[in-house]
Design a protein around this ligand. Structure first.
Ligand code: NAD
Length: 368
């Protein structure tokens, strides 16, 4: 279906959503399926009837969303390292997927200062290897590379970044994502020009929030660990502005982009932004306050910013006009909806409830 529309039409038409009919019975190879985004994406794809093969190095956190969703019951769950081209190629060849979704990464900015070589190896050579394995495997029609809003050269200015802005990155994580974008672009130009062959796309999104993220050094997991355990709530850089969005928003973008680029070669070989509306661009302090209001903390949070702390971006906005106009994608949940769904999920976790059931309910609410 042709979705291209004028900017005015894009404002008033309902958001495009993933189509169950496209995914039903389709084999999808997903790297990073044990991580935060990968677990939500796997649950959603399974609910739409996809046959899933996941490839990840480890289960990165304890507790983990992968285990809370009991995803090992729903998909083929492989352990492997994306820096190992031969293991990856064998896994993709055995899975015979139609679509490869690459989410595996060393995903943390602060850790990238401690482990720059591993970060580049995983995020840059991992991307090379996924693309190489995909192009060596007959039958793979589309490979989607998940990078980050941090791939852009951040000028710390008030304007949002467009897909045409230069790649960059101050720290090893951000720069590795800029490099991964350049790799995807070179592979697309060099090896994906046949409209009947492999198509390559990349997707850039910002800070996501949502239930079940337990990564270190991320605001919501750090707050939730403190709120659940009663430990002090330590916040760094409370005045930094980030584009907050619920995890289902960019995942919806990845799925809609995959569907559309699969059908229409003119949408492939390029990067796509999936950011929130500008009213979701808030300071770290605003998010912390809203979460503490919903889960009253005895003493509130404490600013533990250290003048000597490593550099992290202060101001970063994404312009998603291209996805709105060419894909019909746009955010569906307000920041309050995103925070409510996230806090509800952590409450259910604290109660020992059925998180797979709640995850499916939240996906159903998002797509309703
Ligand atoms: N969470 C965010 O706010 C955010 C924002 C922008 C971009 N991203 C990107 O989205 C993707 C998913 O992020 P996430 O938050 O789910 O990350 P995560 O840290 O929760 O999960 C990372 C996943 O990658 C796997 N992995 C790590 N190193 C690997 C290796 N060498 N080989 C194989 N697997 C490996 C882990 O096992 C895990 O499954 C990443 O590419 C990340 O950079 C995330």
């Amino acid at each position: 279906m042709e979705q291209r529309q004028s900017p005015l039409e894009a404002l008033v038409t309902p958001a495009a959503l993933p189509q169950r009919g496209f995914w039903r019975g389709r084999t999808v190879f997903i790297t990073g399926h044990t991580g935060f985004k990968g677990s939500w994406l796997s649950l959603w794809l399974h609910a739409m009837g996809a046959k899933l093969v996941g490839f990840s190095k480890d289960i990165p956190t304890d507790p983990s969303l992968f285990q809370s969703f009991r995803l090992h019951e729903l998909m083929t769950d492989l352990r492997g390292d994306v820096t190992d081209l031969s293991a990856l190629t064998s896994a993709i060849a055995a899975a015979k997927p139609d679509i490869v979704l690459h989410l595996a990464a060393q995903s943390l900015v602060r850790l990238s200062y401690a482990t720059p070589v591993d970060t580049y190896a995983t995020n840059v050579m991992g991307t090379v290897n996924v693309l190489e394995a995909a192009r060596q495997t007959p039958g793979v029609k589309l490979a989607l590379m998940v990078t980050s809003d941090k791939c852009y050269e951040n000028r710390e200015w008030i304007w949002a970044y467009r897909e045409t802005d230069p790649m960059g990155g101050f720290d090893p994580y951000s720069n590795s994502k800029g490099c991964a974008e350049l790799v995807a672009s070179a592979y697309a130009r060099s090896f994906a020009s046949d409209p009947n062959g492999l198509r390559i796309v990349s997707a850039r999104a910002g800070n996501v929030i949502g239930g079940g993220d337990w990564a270190l050094d991320r605001l919501v997991p750090d707050l939730m660990r403190g709120l659940i355990s009663g430990a002090p709530l330590n916040i760094r850089s409370p005045h930094s502005v980030r584009p907050w969005q619920h995890v289902l928003e960019p995942l919806s973008g990845y799925l809609v982009l995959s569907e559309r680029a699969y059908e229409d070669a003119s949408l492939a070989s390029q990067g796509w932004n999936f950011g929130p509306d500008s009213d979701s661009e808030k300071t770290v302090a605003t998010i912390a306050n809203r979460i503490c209001d919903q889960w009253p903390a005895k003493d509130g949070w404490v600013d533990v910013s250290d003048p000597a702390q490593v550099h992290e971006a202060h101001l970063l906005k994404l312009d998603s006009a291209k996805a709105r106009i060419h894909l019909g994608w746009k955010p569906r949940w307000s920041l309050d909806d995103a925070l409510d769904a996230s806090v509800a999920f952590y409450r259910e976790h604290a109660k020992g409830g059925d998180l797979r059931a709640l995850g499916l309910q939240q996906i159903a609410a998002y797509t309703a």
